[in-house]
Design a binder for this molecule. Structure first.
Ligand code: HEC
Ligand code: HEC
Length: 373
């Protein structure tokens, strides 16, 4: 996260970093439609840049130790390498932190909440949520807004992004965070270059064989991990309505009470153990896997599907998860395909990196214990 500190420090000193109030240009090729943008939060370069500063700012947490980036690290496609997330005061959560790559394209956010339908709304959960406590700011809104308002970087940044209402408050903070997260588009993997840019050599032969397996009826992966982001949960600016896929993959016979799946919200028995299909873009860098981080590596995930789930007898298990036999060589090829979905440019894009200089009070990364592995 520290990579760009010097450049950021220099531009902050020049007062230029947040002053660019021009329009925003999606860094997307012609074949990829942009994500939908809510009418009350149009994209602008200034807002995205303000949102980036907020995303990396630990002063949004009660005691200044946890930023969004503490659990959503760019080098890991905005995941944290932990089995389940750890919040303020070391509070252990029950769920694995999902990647934020292409988060703007998901009409429903988080693992199993069908009502969580916007990035603006979602941002309130980590900042103010109490179960689990992630940033612990509930009841301390005024103090946190005042903290931000006192920083000259934000005085310029909020004025540029929200000229009509330049104060840090719930409306402006969640909108800036939403705009920054919509800018987290990842469409530049070797597989994209192979498939959409017509570069036959962008993929290894192993990855090409793995692609065929991924789209084969024996493995059935593509039924749920379908479309441009390898998930049946999708909405683009060109789609009137989003699609959402929740499935039970047979992970448990009895899903733990703390994380029972979609049933927690809907109360419907048929929703037991159903979780939203995650995108597989950058999946090689987002271990450990599944909603509870219970599978450590991709080989383990494939073994899970090959055996028709770890708990093959769950009555709500999706019919597509029937199990299959695969040779070691085939598993290796399928992993090579999944690895070809890693977008190195996204993981290192300076526009998405920590803008704060190292010793700044906004910095969070020195505070968190290192991830499990
Ligand atoms: C303590 C770790 C932690 C912190 C801090 C944190 N998150 Fe998360 N984030 C998570 C976990 C865990 C989930 C999954 C929650 C669930 O499914 O219920 C998540 C889910 C999300 C999602 C949904 C992504 C998707 O594809 O469904 C978004 C968006 C998000 N976080 C943004 C943020 C923002 C913005 C901040 C800062 C304001 C933030 N997070 C702070 C751990 C964290
Ligand atoms: C019936 C729909 C369905 C099918 C078929 C399916 N998946 Fe999944 N996949 C899901 C869901 C839902 C999850 C999340 C499950 C959970 O967390 O409990 C998931 C999780 C994953 C993950 C973990 C991603 C992460 O970020 O944690 C990987 C990797 C994966 N699937 C790969 C595959 C592969 C490879 C195949 C084919 C062998 C496949 N899936 C077949 C629905 C499906």
């Amino acid at each position: 996260m520290r990579r760009l500190a010097l450049g950021a420090a220099v531009s902050l000193m020049a007062g230029a970093a947040l002053a660019l109030a021009d329009g925003y240009v999606w860094p997307l090729p012609a074949w990829m439609p942009p994500p939908p943008v809510p009418a009350d939060n149009p994209m602008s370069a200034a807002k995205v840049e303000l949102g980036r500063h907020l995303f990396y700012d630990a002063r949004l947490s009660a005691d200044g130790t946890v930023a969004c980036a503490s659990c959503h690290d760019q080098a890991r496609a905005f995941t944290d390498g932990r089995i389940t997330a750890i919040g303020i005061h070391g509070t252990q959560g029950a769920k694995n932190a999902p990647s934020l790559a292409n988060a703007g394209y998901f009409p429903v956010l988080t693992w199993a909440n069908p009502h969580m339908n916007s990035l603006e709304f979602q941002a309130l959960v980590p900042i103010f949520g109490e179960a689990p406590e992630e940033m612990g700011a509930a009841g301390r809104e005024a103090e946190i807004f005042a903290r931000l308002a006192a920083d000259p970087v934000y005085q310029a940044g909020f004025a540029a992004a929200f000229p009509d209402q330049p104060a840090p408050d719930l409306f402006t903070i969640t909108r800036a965070l939403g705009a920054f997260q919509r800018s987290l588009v990842s469409v530049n993997s070797p597989y994209d270059r192979f498939k959409y840019w017509g570069e036959p050599n962008a993929l290894s032969d192993a990855a090409k064989r793995g692609e065929a397996l991924f789209f084969d009826h024996r493995f059935e992966c593509y039924h749920c991990h379908s479309g441009i982001h390898f998930t049946n949960t999708l909405q683009t600016a060109r789609m009137a309505e989003g699609e959402v896929g929740f499935h039970n993959t047979g992970l448990y016979q009895d899903y733990p009470e703390a994380v029972p799946g979609l049933i927690e919200i809907t109360g419907r028995a048929s929703d037991a153990g159903r979780f939203r299909t995650p995108s597989l873009r950058n999946v090689a860098v987002t271990a450990p896997y599944m909603h509870d981080g219970s599978i450590p590596d991709l080989r383990g995930v494939i073994a899970h599907y090959a055996s028709a789930g770890r708990a093959p007898g769950h009555p709500m298990k999706d019919g597509m998860i029937q199990g299959f036999s695969a040779t070691d060589a085939e598993v290796t090829d399928l992993i090579a395909f999944l690895e070809s979905l890693t977008d190195e440019a996204f993981l290192t894009d300076p526009r998405l990196a920590d803008p704060w200089p190292p010793s700044h009070p906004a910095s969070a990364d020195r505070m968190m214990p290192p991830p499990d592995g």
